[in-house]
Design a protein around this ligand. Structure first.
Ligand SMILES: [Zn+2]
Ligand SMILES: [Zn+2]
Ligand SMILES: [Zn+2]
Ligand SMILES: [Zn+2]
Length: 491
């Protein structure tokens, strides 16, 4: 483990622009793993714990990306002539081409001689984030070396492959070593557009390293969450729940709604550790049953959950009849449900998917299962873009119901504030407001109707009284009735 004190010093230098005199965190020895961030005072839910800025940030340069984005300001450029004319092989806007950042990038990459500098090459563009480590000062580079790096067999591949895109790529071992190390740190602790950092419903389109964030340890029920400032890409980390003084501040590296097995596998493969948090140690995941499936015994209505073994393919146990099932047996149910729901999700009809979730899926998969939660989030997201083929009423009811459902799962898991929660609560608030407004409008209509009816009744009464009076007057004014004619004498 690298000394917490040295890490702190380097972080202080990195964070100097924010000048937080009394930080709410300190680097300390963690109970989770190695070194972590500890709260120096008690923190209230929602309170900002720290801001971090990227030490390295650049385009992800994935093959499927469009590459016409400025490598400095990261804004999209018109589709023609966006490559630097100096021959460095980077896309850059005319304004940024004069900035120091580009001059540094440009000098470095030009000296390596890109094979085809006029053509945007995703390998070179992706490498920029790593190459920039060579232009950092000593303290900044030491900070990179301070951070956890998974030095597995794959971390050298990127630079080795990128070297083929240049005529004079450096052969100096030290340069290779710095870049390989940076790749490893980015893979372990960095953000990358396609990796599963999108745990909180937020898009992050770049490849970046936030050093203070990188020191935070993982918990599947994190007590902190982060957002990004749009223009500056500054990261803001807030308390997700109340955090007592001295407690470790944690984040999550996985998606919030994946089950125990999937999270284990991801953390093991991508991050190289086994999580032992309270959620991972509980087969029911705090009673949220995210991995829950129905018992295979048709006479049993119990839920089946995976055993906690740390193995990638654990057995499942029925919580009711205690029957054991193998991983393969239960995966059949899970795969069937995933396939059926995804088929509806991929069909063009949103209404079909909603009806399926509301009426059918419960027959073969518990509504607590992550496939159902994911599908509900998909529905909410699609509703956010338009009603598609849903009636207004169905859309409104679905927004209310699904956002309540997902919030309930979050509460069950003990997940505090997060971006997803904020978005769902906002959705719920707007929907409830709309509903209240509709109810108020209906009540107002009723009131007006009643008022009109009352007025009409009043008018009727008045009319009746007038008619009565007129009739009485008529009677009074009429001449006295002629005496009845005398009986005629009969002849
Ligand atoms: Zn620019
Ligand atoms: Zn250039
Ligand atoms: Zn965990
Ligand atoms: Zn059972």
């Amino acid at each position: 483990m690298i000394c917490p004190k040295r890490t702190s010093e380097l972080l202080d230098l990195h964070l100097a622009p924010f000048k937080d005199k009394d930080p709410a965190w300190e680097v300390g020895v963690s109970r989770i793993a190695g070194r972590g961030l500890m709260a120096t005072r008690s923190l209230k839910r929602g309170q900002i714990i720290f801001k971090d800025m990227p030490l390295l940030i650049s385009l992800s340069g994935h093959e499927e990306d469009s590459l016409n984005t400025c490598s400095v300001c990261l804004t999209e450029l018109p589709d023609t002539r966006f490559m630097c004319r100096m021959g460095c092989g980077l896309p850059v806007c005319s304004l940024c081409s004069k900035k120091k950042q580009h001059k540094d990038d440009c000098d470095l990459l030009k000296s390596w001689g890109p094979n085809e500098p006029e053509v945007a090459n995703s390998v070179i563009i992706r490498l920029l984030c790593v190459a920039r480590a060579l232009n950092l000062n000593k303290d900044q580079r030491d900070l990179i070396y301070c951070l956890q790096a998974n030095l597995d067999n794959n971390h050298r591949v990127e630079v080795r492959n990128a070297a083929k895109c240049f005529k004079n790529f450096p052969t100096d071992k030290k340069i290779f070593e710095i870049m390989n190390r940076t790749v490893a740190v980015l893979r372990t602790n960095g953000f990358d557009k396609t990796t599963d950092r999108t745990n909180d419903n937020q898009e992050f389109n770049y490849r970046a390293l936030y050093p203070l964030f990188a020191v935070m340890n993982h918990d599947c029920i994190p007590n902190a969450y982060y957002t990004f400032e749009e223009k500056t890409n500054i990261m803001i980390v807030r308390a997700a729940v109340d955090i007592p003084e001295g407690f470790e501040i944690t984040t999550t590296y996985t998606k919030l709604f994946t089950g125990n097995i999937a999270r284990h596998l991801f953390l093991k493969m991508k991050k190289g550790f086994t999580c032992k948090c309270s959620r991972c140690s509980d087969p029911t995941e705090k009673g949220a049953y995210i991995s829950g499936l129905y018992c295979r015994d048709t006479n049993c209505s119990g839920l089946v959950v995976p055993e906690i073994t740390g193995l990638p393919h654990p057995n499942y146990n029925c919580l009711e009849c205690k029957q054991k099932s193998t991983h393969a047996q239960m995966m059949k149910s899970q795969d069937f449900a995933s396939g059926a729901i995804n088929a509806k999700a991929n069909s063009n009809s949103l209404r079909t998917l909603v009806q399926y979730l509301n009426e059918k899926s419960d027959n073969f998969i518990p509504s607590s299962n992550y496939v159902v939660i994911d599908a509900k989030l998909t529905v909410l997201q699609r509703l956010g873009q338009g009603r598609e083929d849903c009636s207004e009423e169905l859309a409104a009811n679905t927004r209310l119901r699904y956002s309540r459902d997902v919030i309930q799962v979050m509460d069950q898991l003990g997940l505090g504030e997060s971006l997803v929660r904020t978005q769902l609560q906002e959705l719920l608030r707007r929907e409830e407001e709309r509903r209240a407004k509709r109810l108020a409008e209906d009540a107002e209509k009723q009131r007006k109707l009643a008022e009109l009816q009352a007025k009409a009744a009043e008018a009727d009464k008045l009319l009746a009284a007038l008619e009565e009076a007129a009739r009485a007057e008529e009677v009074a004014a009429a001449p006295a009735p002629a005496p009845a004619p005398a009986a005629t004498e009969t002849a």
